[in-house]
Design a protein around this ligand. Structure first.
Ligand SMILES: [Zn+2]
Length: 492
């Protein structure tokens, strides 16, 4: 008779065994089972390992029943290995389990414990990702995101229709083959900011579980684009840290990426800085006047490619303080917002005859340049003043209120959108950058640019563009009031 796993064969053996066991149970009881420890299934094999929960050693031996849909092997150290059948895994759901009973033997004594193990239902596993070379003209990228299920289930594929940078994604649900088309905005951004990677997520589902994989694709830059170059005068270059200058050029690049042009054009903007007078920031667009009025040179250059002032800058931004005074490094976000705001003025926002031609009162009556009839509206009388360009009105759902409060307040100007100092939804062209500062053009602001004659595309905030902002910097301006229709002397 096997004394480690006794099986009495006849009545006499049974009698002897019962007697011996009774004595053994008193003198040498079987160990109490602890709590089995059950591991997590291996995603490939489904194998689960663990401990039966009995103390090991001291001559203890272990046995186990076999579950219906798998195999259990117990070790001499009280551990176990459970291997499910493939059929069991293919039939399993997320909460399917299998049970077996394990026994510890000590001499003639024994005790048992029931062990419950999870049956792994399989999972899709990503294979080698295939990403093709972008089409140099269209930017289209094709590829294959193939997954294989660990138990052979069929896999279906899905992906968001829009990529991180606004591109279009189409995926074959059966094969995982995808086609990515970059957005024009992303291609412009790539041309002007150098950002050249877009991403999207492919999800594979085996009917039970999802698995995902991030696909990175290269964005082909637009063939034609606008560049805005900030040119630092020696004084500002000396006082503004290089990381701040880099952040402000990034903001200029980002603003430029909104514009669509038929031939590439570069706008140069001087960045000047002086220490004197009242703190403030203002933009000074170079302008030219024709029979139809004064237009910023930058606007003419972008719209027509004609460079009216030759090698001269198309405008300048004057920051009348040093970044050391306001902790420039920590306030890059605000400085970027201010820079983008002033660049918008240089491009014609509030500084061009075309912009002025769309000014109206609250009833949509046109406010003619130089017409003193509406001067009282500048300080809020009769409902103030509005921008009535058709694209802006369509985007805004009505006339666009301009910042003409009563009483007059700093920043009050037809060149600014109506917004409060701490507007909960700050806009770039509000009188104040807001907290957090607005650095993405709203549909209404894009509408104004369209009314100025530009082709623009919506642009998501670029990854890496949002920079820590403490919101300590206010956009300060001289208090000179805007003269309706004047282009060259606007300061704000
Ligand atoms: Zn302004």
């Amino acid at each position: 008779m096997n004394t480690s796993n006794p099986k009495p064969a006849n009545g006499f053996q049974q009698f002897l065994y019962s007697l011996a066991k009774s004595i053994n149970d008193i003198l040498d009881p079987a160990p109490e089972p602890g709590t089995p420890v059950v591991g997590i299934p291996d995603i490939y094999t489904g194998v689960v390992t663990g401990s039966l929960g009995f103390p090991a050693g001291n001559g203890l031996t272990f046995t186990s029943t076999q579950p219906a849909t798998g195999t259990v092997v117990v070790g001499s150290d009280g551990t176990f290995t459970y291997t499910p059948t493939l059929a069991a895994r293919q039939a399993a759901g997320l909460s399917t389990v299998n049970d077996f009973t394990a026994t510890v033997h000590e001499g003639l004594s024994s005790s048992t414990v029931s062990v419950t193990v999870p049956v792994d239902p399989g999972t899709p596993v990503a294979g080698a990702l295939t990403v093709g070379t972008p089409d140099s003209s269209t930017g289209v990228v094709t590829g294959l995101a193939l997954f294989t299920d660990t138990v052979g289930r069929s896999v279906t594929y899905s992906a968001p229709t829009t990529s991180t940078a606004g591109g279009t994604v189409i995926i074959n649900p059966t094969t995982g083959a995808f086609t990515y088309t970059p957005s024009l905005a992303a291609r412009n951004a790539s041309a002007t900011t150098g950002a050249n990677i877009d991403t999207f997520t492919v999800t594979a589902n085996n009917g039970i579980r999802n698995a995902t994989e991030t696909v990175a694709v290269t964005i082909v830059p637009s063939a034609t684009y606008v560049t805005i170059n900030l040119v630092w005068d020696p004084d500002s270059s000396a006082h503004w840290p290089s990381d701040v200058r880099s952040a402000l050029q990034s903001a200029a690049n980002y603003l430029a990426s909104y514009f669509v042009v038929s031939s590439s054009v570069t706008v140069t903007v001087g960045f000047t800085n002086y220490s004197g007078g009242t703190y403030g920031v203002y933009a000074q667009p170079a302008s030219s006047c024709t029979s139809s009025g004064c237009e910023p040179v930058a606007r003419t250059k972008i719209l027509t490619g004609v460079d009216i002032n030759g090698a001269d800058a198309e405008g300048s931004i004057n920051f009348n303080y040093f970044p050391e005074l306001i902790g420039g490094g920590a306030n890059k976000g605000s400085l970027q917002a201010v820079t983008m705001h002033e660049l918008m003025h240089i491009l014609g926002w509030g500084t061009s005859a075309t912009y002025s031609s769309f000014l109206t009162d609250i009833n949509g009556n046109h406010v003619a340049a130089g017409d003193s009839t509406f001067n009282a509206n500048l300080t809020g009388a009769n409902g103030g003043l509005y921008f009535g360009g058709p694209n802006a009105v369509a985007a805004n759902g009505g006339l666009v209120k301009l910042y003409t409060p009563d009483p007059y307040a700093p920043g009050s100007s037809v060149a600014h959108l109506d917004g409060l100092l701490n507007d909960p939804v700050p806009r770039l062209m509000n009188p104040n950058p807001g907290n957090p500062p607005a650095r993405v053009l709203t549909p209404t602001e894009l509408g104004v640019l369209k009314d100025l004659g530009y082709s623009v595309v919506p642009q998501p905030a670029l990854a890496g563009f949002l920079i820590l902002n403490l919101g300590l910097l206010g956009r300060k301006r001289s208090r000179s009031r805007v003269v309706l229709g004047a282009a060259s002397d606007t300061r704000h």
